[in-house]
Design a protein around this ligand. Structure first.
Ligand code: FAD
Ligand code: GLY
Length: 391
């Protein structure tokens, strides 16, 4: 993209002041890294921080089993972030004094019928081609790992590296760590518009008042393209991809499963507090917040076929969230042709997984003016450029 300021090589000095639009995992983690580096950082969140897609997610760190044949370009980024997660979790816990519920039992992918097993064999070949350390399991091996699964499994795979965190706890920890590092979080404070003048971001307007900043980071998740003042040419092609989820209540001292389970029509994520998360639908319905009978039925049926013991469990919560889906399902990260405007959005199904690498990469760009190699393939410039009609 012409005009992208990605080649400044010297560190910016003094530290820039930064306004971040959106207080989900992405905005908070970038804010935390920048506040740690000594920047003055304001995160603006129109509701409560961490209550968007960040709240709705399952928290799987599934670079391996969640890879899609069409998304292989994303794999180096997801694998890098997966590698960063254990240290990121430890550092965040130390900085916040809060647990993030990191669990490392790994993920079991399950086939229930012969058709599922054929499909799984095909997917397994993709895993092998991509060099992922995922192991083929017989049904007996899978049942040794997880005895409560349906006894007539057809086949399974095991990914030792696909862990999980409790995304809601991650958000609480990020809020605390960000504040302790000196960051300013403004909740119930929506950004009315971005202030862009003369081809440069100048700050944001909040409740009619201008708040100047050297850098503005757009991290508003599924809402990122609709922020007033955003010039058309740099509007990220992001849309909401609805997901319905539910949690059942297990006895925490005797959970039905300990691994994350990927079944053909649902995934199941056991939390340490006894909640069993079941997800998720994938729906193109805009910002429709309804919990439907069809969605509920699909999730329960998908989960029950692989784990019949759920029948006895209470439903403790149901919710809807909006994945920030981009046109190619990969995130949109880095500078734009509007100087000082940085994008960190479009994380779609992997925003929790991609939090450490996004925070590190975007903070590094803001501090040095250099786009790190890991982010280079994910700029807005990979999409056909739109004509500027507003400023
Ligand atoms: P959000 O968390 O949505 O945060 C954006 C924030 O911006 C919101 O809080 C919103 O209120 C705020 N905002 C919007 N407009 C304004 C404004 N004008 N002013 C100020 N603030 C504004 N990812 C994984 O890695 N693993 C998973 O297992 C997983 N499971 C998922 C399951 C479901 C059902 C869903 C919906 C998502 C899942 N994801 C998962 C994806 C992940 O949740 C997202 O990619 C990630 O949370 C995106 O984070 P974010 O900070 O960009 O967006
Ligand atoms: N990554 C799981 C989901 O988006 O449903």
């Amino acid at each position: 993209m012409s005009g992208v300021s990605s080649s400044v090589s010297s560190p910016r000095s003094p530290r820039p002041t930064v306004a971040i639009v959106g207080g989900g995992v992405i905005g908070l983690s970038i804010g935390w890294r920048l506040a740690q580096a000594g920047c003055t950082v304001d995160v603006y969140e129109r509701g409560r921080a961490g209550q968007g897609a960040t709240f709705a997610a399952a928290g799987m760190l599934a670079a391996g089993v969640e890879v899609e044949p069409s998304e292989e370009g994303l794999l180096p980024l997801t694998l890098r972030s997966q590698e960063l997660w254990p240290d990121f979790a430890r550092e965040l816990e130390a900085a916040s004094g809060r647990s993030v519920g990191y669990r490392a039992e790994g993920t079991v992918v399950v086939a229930l019928t012969r058709d599922d097993a054929e499909q799984l064999r095909f997917t397994f070949e993709l895993y092998e081609r991509l060099g992922l350390a995922i192991e083929w399991l017989s049904a007996a091996d899978a049942l040794r790992r997880e005895p409560m699964l349906h006894p007539r499994l057809a086949a399974a795979c095991y990914s030792a590296a696909d862990h999980q965190v409790d995304n809601r706890r991650v958000a609480l920890a990020l809020i605390e760590a960000f504040r302790r590092a000196g960051g300013r979080l403004h909740e119930e404070t929506g950004v009315d518009s971005l202030d862009v003048e003369g081809g440069r971001a100048r700050g944001v307007t909040v409740r009619g008042e201008r708040r100047p900043a050297d850098i503005v980071v757009l991290a508003a998740g599924a809402w990122s393209r609709d922020i007033p003042g955003l010039p058309l040419a740099v509007r990220p092609p992001v849309r909401p991809v609805k997901g319905q989820m539910m949690a059942l209540g297990m006895d925490a001292s005797r959970p039905l499963i300990t691994h994350v389970i990927w079944a053909p029509k649902a995934y199941l994520v056991p939390r340490s507090d006894g909640r069993l998360i079941i997800g998720a639908t994938t729906e193109e319905r805009g910002f429709d917040t309804s919990i439907t009978a069809g969605g509920t039925l699909a999730l329960l049926d998908g989960a029950w076929r692989v784990l019949p013991g759920i029948e006895e469990l209470p439903i403790v919560e149901q919710w809807v969230g909006f994945r920030p889906g981009s046109r190619d399902d990969a995130p949109i990260l880095g500078p734009t042709s509007v100087e000082g405007l940085v994008l960190a959005t479009g994380h779609h199904r992997n925003g929790i997984l991609l939090t450490p690498v996004t925070a590190q990469g975007i903070a590094s760009y803001i501090l040095t003016g250099q786009v790190p190699d890991a982010l280079r393939a994910f700029g807005l410039d990979r999409f056909p450029q739109r004509k500027e009609t507003t400023s």
